[in-house]
Design a binder for this molecule. Structure first.
Ligand SMILES: [Fe+2]
Ligand SMILES: [Fe+2]
Length: 282
């Protein structure tokens, strides 16, 4: 099994550093350059990606493949822009098949659509060639998508109550089975890139360690959903994080200010604030 080398640049995130010309938005996208080609993991909501890619000189016309963490619009909204930048030339878009499930959120008696904001047909006309995966999948030597994450920890069920999906015409609870992360097997250890981690950051880490056989974690970067998951999940997550060998913890996007402060205060040295333009070499 080979190791992969390269760097990650955060192209979409909720936080933009002072004096930066970059655009921030509630969303996530990471450009992953490697010795096995360039990949884009998620696309943000759609306003910031093309602008920020230009600003940081990351060429989205040269992607090997596009990888999607899940269907939510703050991760898939920028997909047509990337396809346009590629002049609609065919490109593999990897995702779990559930990204096209019709899904909703119920709030105060009202339901709002919560799925991917485009039809499959439209995206295919723009050049997307969907490749679906459910399990841990090798994209290139040393580059993997986790597939479905087993929900094992008792404390990572936050923010699941008011989501439902339509399956065969029936409303069923939606646990976002499509949530998946990128795992890079590097010389320095695992680099795990999370989308929203709806399945729980600790569940993702455990699955990545189990599937890769590597238990040293060079970096975790991406959305953790701790902003919406409640105090118990935050507390237990911090306790669990202490038990791993992690070098860089770079939570972003849906981690939220409260949880960011707590993670920084409690985990100290390994913690780093994420922002648009952040680079991580591996
Ligand atoms: Fe998100
Ligand atoms: Fe999400």
């Amino acid at each position: 099994m080979g190791h992969v080398r390269g760097r990650i640049t955060i192209l979409v995130d909720n936080i933009v550093p002072g004096r930066s010309e970059a655009l921030g938005e509630h969303g996530f996208s990471a450009h992953i350059e490697t010795n096995r080609g360039d990949f884009l993991f998620d696309t943000g909501k759609g306003r910031a990606l093309a602008h920020n890619a230009l600003l940081f000189q990351r060429d989205l016309s040269k992607l090997e493949e596009i990888l999607l963490s899940h269907s939510h619009g703050d991760h898939t909204g920028g997909l047509p822009d990337v396809l346009l930048i590629r002049a609609k030339s065919p490109v593999h878009v990897r995702a779990h098949p559930d990204i096209f499930v019709e899904r909703y959120r119920a709030k105060d008696g009202k339901k709002s659509y919560g799925g991917i904001p485009y039809t499959r047909g439209y995206l295919e006309k723009m050049g997307a060639r969907f490749v679906f995966n459910r399990g841990y999948t090798e994209i290139q030597d040393g580059i993997y998508l986790t597939g479905e994450i087993p929900r094992e920890t008792p404390f990572e069920g936050g923010d699941m109550g008011n989501r439902f999906a339509l399956r065969e015409g029936k409303e069923v609870p939606d646990i976002l089975l499509d949530d998946q992360s990128v795992v890079l097997h590097t010389e320095k250890g695992l680099v795990i890139v999370l989308g929203c981690a709806h399945s729980g950051m600790i569940n993702v880490i455990n699955h990545a360690i189990r599937m890769s056989g590597i238990d040293s974690i060079y970096a975790i970067v991406g959305g953790t959903h701790l902003e919406f998951s409640g105090e118990t999940q935050l507390k237990e997550t911090i306790e669990a994080l202490r038990t791993y060998d992690i070098h860089h913890l770079i939570p972003s996007h849906c981690t939220g200010p409260e949880a960011l402060m707590r993670l920084r205060d409690e985990l100290g040295g390994v913690f780093q604030f994420s922002h648009v333009g952040l680079r991580l070499e591996f």
